[in-house]
Ligand binder design. Sequence first.
Ligand SMILES: [Zn+2]
Length: 260
Amino acid sequence: MFPALTMQFTDSHAHLADDKVFPDVEGVVARATAAGVTAIVSVATGTDDARTCIQLAERFPGVYATAGIHPHRAAEYDEDAIRDIRLLLDDARVVAVGETGLDYHYDFSPRDVQRASFARHLELSRETGKPTIVHSREADEDMRALLREAGQGTVGVLHSFSSGRALLEEAMAMGWYVSFSGMVTFKKYEGADFVRMVPADRILVETDTPYLAPVPHRGKQNEPAFVSHTAARCAELRGEDPAEFAARTVENARRFYSLR
Ligand SMILES: [Zn+2]
């Protein structure tokens, strides 16, 4: 009847606790709900906003939290912080470890500290059985090495994927997931092959709110309601039916994050 209205989505990665988003979080969640977004994973960048994410998960049905230290903030990583994160991971509303990873583009934290923090987060994932959310930018070689050395026995997602083929193949061989963001809608997007390479049961979509708003909202502040544009573009690139693809990404996110 009205398939566009009944389509459902999950935003597998949004920063609802971000200063730019939080003041209007009520509106952001309401607009997402109106757009068919039935689940939003609100991703932490440190122990402070992990607590805010948990409060949001308490406040809004369909919102879930994570706990971890973003590579930009890896300088904050020490055993005290890890102990905090480990305690937060005991909360049922916290569905993943992260986001963690490596960012050699900005280098906001020393690279050796980023690597140590990331390896420690992978240990937490193994210990708790909760998956890891991984940010990787211009660090393909070290990321592959760390996945091989420290990623065994865990499952994770390479989020807002913008890396190269070898890293994608490594992650696929390990049974990991890959999440695509609004970048896939950009005119000069060069990763179409990568969108097609990910098996149907391991692809996710996300906004990475407040960053990287998809076309036709490019330049605006991103929000979970816009995830439909990313899902539609991924479906188009893969030659799949948009409604079926959207439903599959909802199911993949539910399985990956053990959402209920
Ligand atoms: Zn993020």
